[in-house]
Design a binder for this molecule. Structure first.
Ligand SMILES: C[S@@+](CC[C@H](N)C(=O)[O-])C[C@H]1O[C@@H](n2cnc3c(N)ncnc32)[C@H](O)[C@@H]1O
Length: 243
């Protein structure tokens, strides 16, 4: 199997889902070692103030780590998980077999850049660590806007560096000093984690993401930093599609 260099992934983000195929079976273990990973996803879901009966699109759902806090918040709702990595979806389908069988969840293999879904199908879009992997951020947000019903909400949860002088060096030290060596040891693949660190350094800060959301048509846009040591590097950005 040919290997893609991390720098190639930055210029050709269409290849990113294939790289996730390589590490799909070990993704949950690698992320479970990241302190606060699941707690942060839960905190972002809470920012959406769900009623509990919505139909939510988990955009770039991966193995379903972001789907789990949605499930907890939706006792009467439904979830569609979308991802373009067959390997990641296979893990998600194993995890949520019961919910799939009873029609509460479904998982679809699609490209978020061209999701080919009915407009205005969802009450909420949750995108955890998805936007950063897109070749064109604006197209992704325009697509999300079109998939939402009027009055619907979006939450972008991602490693987006705070707009200050020290968040970049902080991330670089954390990324190259800890994330890359540790995750490489756990998964046997350095490519996707070196790409992760580079892609975050290239990714817009929360203010710029707010601007992109506004250009897509969203209103009531609010950025929330996460807790503790993640505050300079991880944000939930919530917005609404007006009625
Ligand atoms: C870091 S994982 C996040 C998974 C999950 N949301 C979580 O919180 O653990 C990023 C996911 O984005 C998916 N992805 C990347 N580019 C994509 C695209 N163009 N369309 C759909 N999914 C994509 C990858 O396959 C991968 O599963």
């Amino acid at each position: 199997m040919s290997q893609t260099a991390p720098v190639d992934l930055i210029v050709n983000k269409k290849a990113v889902p294939k790289e996730f195929n390589r590490i799909a079976a070990r993704y949950d273990f690698a992320t479970s070692m990241s302190q606060g990973y699941s707690i942060d996803l839960e905190a972002s879901v809470q920012k959406l103030n769900l009623k509990g009966d919505e139909h939510v699109l988990d955009l770039c759902c991966g193995t379903g780590k972001s789907t789990l806090p949605l499930l907890k918040a939706l006792p009467h709702g439904r979830i569609t998980g979308l991802d373009n990595s067959e390997g990641m979806l296979e893990e998600a389908r194993k995890k949520f077999k019961t919910e799939i069988e009873c029609g509460k969840m479904d998982f679809v293999l699609r490209d978020a850049m061209n999701p080919e879904m009915e407009p205005e199908s969802f009450d909420v879009v949750f995108a955890a660590y998805g936007l950063r992997n897109m070749p064109d951020y604006q197209t992704f947000l325009n697509n999300a806007f079109s998939l939402l019903k009027p009055g619907g909400k979006i939450c972008i949860h991602d490693y987006s560096l705070a707009d200050n002088a020290w968040s970049r060096p902080y991330w670089a030290v954390l990324g190259y000093g800890f994330i890359v060596p540790f995750c490489t040891a756990v998964t046997g693949s350095s490519k996707i984690f070196t790409y992760l660190v580079k892609s975050v350094l290239d990714f817009p800060g929360p203010k710029e993401i707010e601007t992109l959301l506004s250009r897509a048509g969203f209103t009531q846009i609010q950025s929330h930093p996460h807790a503790g040591w993640r505050a300079p590097i991880l944000h939930a950005i919530v917005a609404q599609k007006d009625n």
